[in-house]
Design a protein around this ligand. Structure first.
Ligand code: 5GP
Ligand code: ZN
Length: 114
């Protein structure tokens, strides 16, 4: 997807602060953090959101969620964290490449409703 912001981050065309990468997912710091730790975990494959899942994408998201615990703990979130994915306009989605927000220390979060 040439016009997708997160595909450009995956391709390295837009710089980002990457904390984890493997052959199917990338995790980087949110540019406008809503909590003391705010990471975005995205599939390398372009998937729009939860309304855009085939069987392979469902399995991929399962594997991604399975890796979140280690990524969060490595980011210093041993005390706990929150994982969110926004879907379409009614869910507050702004970037249409599926991403899991990983938020740490949400007691200090500024994202109303989260
Ligand atoms: P959404 O509202 O789609 O669930 O979340 C999109 C997230 O992407 C927002 O939290 C926003 O701050 C973040 N974001 C938008 N543009 C960029 C960017 O260029 N780089 C990074 N690292 N994060 C971005
Ligand atoms: Zn994309």
């Amino acid at each position: 997807m040439t016009d997708c912001l997160f595909c450009k981050i995956i391709a390295g065309e837009i710089p980002s602060d990457i904390v984890y990468r493997d052959d199917e997912m990338l995790v980087f710091k949110d540019i406008a953090p809503k909590a003391p730790v705010h990471l975005l975990a995205i599939p390398l494959r372009h998937i729009e959101n939860l309304d855009d899942l085939d069987g392979d994408a469902q399995a991929l998201l399962g594997r991604m969620l399975g890796k979140v615990s280690k990524i969060a703990h490595d980011a210093g979130l041993a005390e706990g964290y929150r994982v969110i994915t926004n879907t379409n306009a009614g869910g507050g989605q702004e970037v249409y490449h599926l991403h899991f927000h990983i938020l740490g220390d949400v007691r200090q979060a500024t994202w109303a409703g989260m």
